[in-house]
Design a protein around this ligand. Sequence first.
Ligand SMILES: *Cc1c(COP(=O)(O)O)cnc(C)c1O
Length: 360
Amino acid sequence: MAPIYNFSAGPAMLPHEVMEQAASEFIDWQGSGMSVMEMSHRSKEYLSIAEQAEADLRELMDIPDNYKTLFLQGGASSQFSMVPMNLLRGKKKADYINTGTWSKKAIAEAGRFCEVNVAATGEPSTFTTVPPESEWSLNPEAAYVHYTPNETIQGVEFHSIPETGDAPLVADMSSTILSRPLDVSRYGVIYAGAQKNIGPAGLTIVIVRDDLLGEEVAGTPAMFSYATHAKAGSMYNTPPTYSWYVAGLVFQWIKKKGGLKAMGEINKRKAERLYGAIDSSGFYRNPVDPACRSWMNIPFILADPELDGKFLSEAKESGLVTLKGHRSVGGMRASIYNAMPEEGVNALIAFMKEFEKKNS
Ligand SMILES: *Cc1c(COP(=O)(O)O)cnc(C)c1O
């Protein structure tokens, strides 16, 4: 059977080798007689899985010792409220950069807790560009600065880390974490839902600097306090055990592939090849400013939207699935996270060329 390449934005493809290993261990994990799904999260077996995964993540991302790595539930969407609850620390304002759909959701949620200063917005360009840092109006009283390094829906990505002075920088990295090397020391908090570039849905990773822990807004539930989870090693309650385990397999896979440097090189190559194919055709178009194009989520529109349905059904017949763009943007979107092999991108490009030839 020809391989199926799944371009879903999330939950997304997982590396084939990881799926095979998970399948082989599914009923009996390493002779324990138990599936990982059946293990107590406090058992010796499960703790070894959890600790290895955390150590591998720290090694891959080169996370400094003064940061905690938390393995939580609730998705990135819970972080939209956990960030203000934990980081306001007596202050009343926070800066947000609005670059698209996910930024907007984070902004709306923060508004329940504080005065949000939208220091810059890409809205006038219908989110096809990142407003230049020279035009940001950061508030000196802001408790932190929040941004979305990669907007999964619009396909807009920051290609450098913003400079925010003393205000801790907070990043929703749901769709870009692990895609390339990153200087974690530039951040106060990094968070990501797992289902794009880490592992299965149900797990949310939070990387938080120690000095930001323990000053939650009054009334913060224990489950919404970073300090609670930091103190308990993410075992205050039952963590998403199986997703944590599969994420650990993904970390091992990335290490075997050469770490984040190798991932970055492959991801850059995949993205450049696909943008190149789009830009060199008169048939497909990507609306995003070339300086801010995402390596992970590549939206493109057909010159004739009447052909969208035909494109999708013929792509599917060729084993290229989940290419429909987000309903708010239309057209197509190819999400090409770490797990998407180069062959998948090549297959998509070959299909696109063939479709163009037959339909223009
Ligand atoms: C998918 C996504 C979210 C939402 O994640 P959930 O885990 O479903 O809450 C938030 N931010 C970004 C950038 C995303 O891509």
